[in-house]
Design a protein around this ligand. Structure first.
Ligand SMILES: *Cc1c(COP(=O)(O)O)cnc(C)c1O
Length: 348
């Protein structure tokens, strides 16, 4: 690796394509749709979706209307774009102008969809208690709208043995039967790995497309899409009792060497990962001791040459490990990556 003068975020679209193929193989026969909400999980909805379109993905999911409009401009007409917020008051004209498919999520949205000129999808709540019609409402309203896709979302799919999965599956069978002409979609990334019962017609790939394991831990089949590296700016010697960074963040318990890394929480390194996460420097994992706005501090012994890049996130410092160290999910780690680091796309 060459020396860096600032933090760099490499987004590897070949790895994204690889992960799509892994999901497709796992979902055997089901179509893989791509969830590209929140700017493609922070990695750039346009480059991500364009590459996935080239890989044969034709269905995309976003959360917000504005995300759908931007994605339509980026992709042209050859994709179905679902908006998970659904048909919110006042949004029908913009949805139909951009050819977006609202995912109806409440009885009020179903009522509002009566004259909607475009295609529709519907979400049924099978136990996550977040978004979607109750099964009772779905029964009552099933005849009122014609939908192309009926979907639900699993709340515990990253824990395959959780009994809630089977309970949600059972309710989804009933929900799905109410819309016999529609395609059905239950699983997101983790759901795609739950086996054939959970596949239905379409799996909604999100985090696993971007390299996150379906069970919230690194999955060797998936490649890192985002690699964040930063320069080692300095190496310093500490004596026992020396305190680095602010306040009580870290106190040396012995003489030691630390590295000062040129990236911090303003670059998306979640501050709560300090003390627990391992980053990669000089070919080895190193403890991340402190995360400040612009700088992070890591433990070193035989220091690599100053300027050698430190991998904070990537093929070695795995996304799921960083998420766990930070007490969060891989999704949040990715969407927090900021635009300060230089962005480089591979495989665009
Ligand atoms: C975000 C989201 C997904 C994707 O979930 P991942 O865990 O990232 O695979 C799928 N479906 C719905 C409804 C979502 O909100």
């Amino acid at each position: 690796m060459t020396a860096l003068d600032r933090a760099r975020l490499v987004i590897d679209l070949d790895a994204l394509a690889h992960n799509r193929a892994v999901l497709a193989a796992e979902a055997a026969g089901a179509e893989v749709a791509a969830v590209v909400k929140a700017d493609g999980y922070g990695l750039g909805a346009t480059p991500v979706a364009r590459r996935l379109l080239a890989e044969g993905v034709t269905r995309f999911f976003v959360a917000r209307l504005a995300e759908g409009e931007a994605l339509r401009s980026a992709l042209g007409r050859n994709a179905t774009i679902y908006v998970l917020d659904g048909l919110l008051p006042g949004s029908a004209d913009r949805l139909s102008a951009s050819g977006l498919t609202p995912v109806l999520a409440t009885p009020a949205q179903v009522a509002a969809a009566a004259g909607f000129p475009g295609s529709l999808a519907i979400q049924v709540d099978t136990g996550m208690h977040r978004q979607g019609l109750t099964l009772d409402d779905a029964r009552r309203l099933a005849g009122a709208v014609e939908v192309d896709l009926v979907m639900s979302h699993l709340g515990s799919a990253s824990e395959p043995r959780d009994a809630r999965n089977a309970a949600q599956l059972e309710l989804f069978r009933a929900a799905r039967a109410l819309f016999p002409a529609a395609k059905a979609s239950l699983g997101a990334s983790a759901g795609a790995f739950l086996g054939p019962d959970y596949r239905y017609d379409v799996v909604r790939g999100g985090i696993s497309l971007y390299g996150g394991g379906p069970e919230d831990r690194p999955d060797p089949r998936l490649k890192a899409v985002a690699t964040l590296t930063a320069p080692l700016l300095d190496v310093r010697n500490l004596q026992a009792g020396d305190r680095v960074s602010y306040g009580e963040v870290f106190t040396a318990d012995r003489a030691m060497r630390v590295g000062i890394v040129g990236a911090g929480y303003a670059d998306g390194i979640v501050r709560s990962a300090a003390g627990k996460a391992r980053v990669w420097a000089g070919g080895r994992p190193r403890r991340l001791l402190a995360v400040n706005m612009d700088l992070s501090i890591i433990e070193l012994d035989d220091a690599p040459a100053s300027g050698a890049p430190v991998e904070i996130l990537g093929e070695n410092a795995r996304l799921d490990d960083l998420a766990q160290a930070a007490g969060t999910v891989a999704h949040e780690i990715l969407v927090r990556l900021s635009t300060r680091a230089e962005r480089i796309y591979r495989g665009a």
